[in-house]
Design a protein. Structure first.
Length: 348
């Protein structure tokens, strides 16, 4: 156990003695949300993940097309991130993330995706099924979809066809949007104005802190702001709000974006939403004053902290060299924000 881990555990123990830990809701999808959850579960016992459901690639896309279900992949990743560090938790994390390798139909299907979809069919209830998987895994928190209907992500992209760099076209599907060589201008969901899962809205309204990001900006972060009831809850909640930025622009989706550009496109999609704190890795912010100005326009301040894994390295399963968050460093940053920026009332 590292010194940092011992310190975080002492902080959690102290808070328990004072009457509990903060209620935290984290919104996002994919590896970005997983990084946030792996950190947050170290500092609070009351954690809820709200996950995007627009994925249309890989195993999730195949199950979605064949069975008409919600894409389970990002939900599975969130559950794996909430597994404990003991033998039980780590064993189940590996099991649900395991992908079959074959020459048949099971190739590249993740065990956790099949388990989640099976329970959806058995129970007929998305939330109950995910809660049951969470209990089986011993997850340190709850996982909810942001909507109970499968969603299609569409984007207006300038230069999606490199031969027509000035042409703006509509690009369909999360997997395609994430890899576009063009510049994403705006995204929307189909169906328009999808219903939010009531439990997700309730969790946001009842939270002490809400964390949005990190993650694929247009395909995992902003989609939460395109669900009207969820956006209303995010706007009206008495919780304090943290916007957690990525460690680097994402090739294709946000290639060339500065940290403040990420804030600007978020405002374009949800102009009334404000944030109390914008968290960024100091090494990823070349223009500190520019970011602080952008954060002020969102109603917040900037917290710079070292949250990247030392030496960089690829995120697990990323297949590339993208920098990754260090769970303990990110946990320390969140913990400092929660303590320094006040709270609505005593931790429950």
């Amino acid at each position: 156990m590292t010194i940092r881990t011992r310190r975080l555990r002492r902080l959690v123990t102290t808070r328990r003695a004072r009457g509990g830990t903060p209620k935290v809701v984290a919104l996002g999808g994919g590896r970005g949300l997983s990084a946030s959850l792996a950190a947050l579960r170290r500092i609070t016992r009351d954690l809820t993940a709200v996950v995007t459901v627009a994925d249309d690639g890989g195993s999730s896309g195949r199950l979605r097309d064949e069975l008409g279900v919600l894409p389970p992949g990002d939900l599975r990743k969130a559950l794996a991130a909430l597994c404990g560090d003991d033998e039980w938790g780590q064993t189940w994390a590996r099991v649900i993330q395991h992908r079959f390798v074959s020459k048949g139909e099971l190739h590249e299907h993740a065990v956790g995706n099949l388990l989640i979809v099976a329970l959806w069919e058995q129970l007929g209830d998305h939330v109950k099924a995910l809660d049951l998987v969470g209990r089986l895994l011993g997850a340190h928190g709850r996982v909810l979809p942001m909507s109970a209907v499968p969603l299609e992500l569409r984007a207006l992209v300038r230069g999606h066809d490199p031969a027509r760099p000035d042409e703006v076209t509509t690009v369909r599907g999360q997997a395609t949007v994430a890899l576009t060589p063009g510049e994403v201008q705006q995204v929307h969901l189909v169906p328009h104005d999808p219903p939010a899962v009531p439990e997700a809205v309730e969790a946001v309204l009842d939270a002490d802190w809400v964390v949005l990001g990190p993650g694929s900006w247009f395909s995992s972060v902003i989609p939460h702001l395109l669900v009207p009831d969820l956006l209303q809850a995010l706007t009206e909640t008495r919780a304090r709000r943290v916007l957690s930025l990525n460690l680097a622009p994402q090739p294709g989706e946000t290639d060339g974006f500065s940290p403040q550009r990420h804030l600007e496109v978020l405002v374009r999609h949800a102009p009334k939403l404000t944030f109390d704190v914008v968290l960024a890795d100091r090494a990823a912010v070349p223009d500190e004053e520019g970011l602080r100005d952008a954060a002020r326009r969102l109603g917040g301040t900037v917290e710079l902290a070292p949250v990247a894994a030392v030496g960089g390295g690829a995120s697990p399963g990323s297949g590339g060299n993208a920098p990754r968050h260090d769970p303990e460093l990110l946990a320390a940053a969140y913990d400092r924000i929660f303590r320094m920026h006040g709270r609505i009332g005593p931790w429950r």
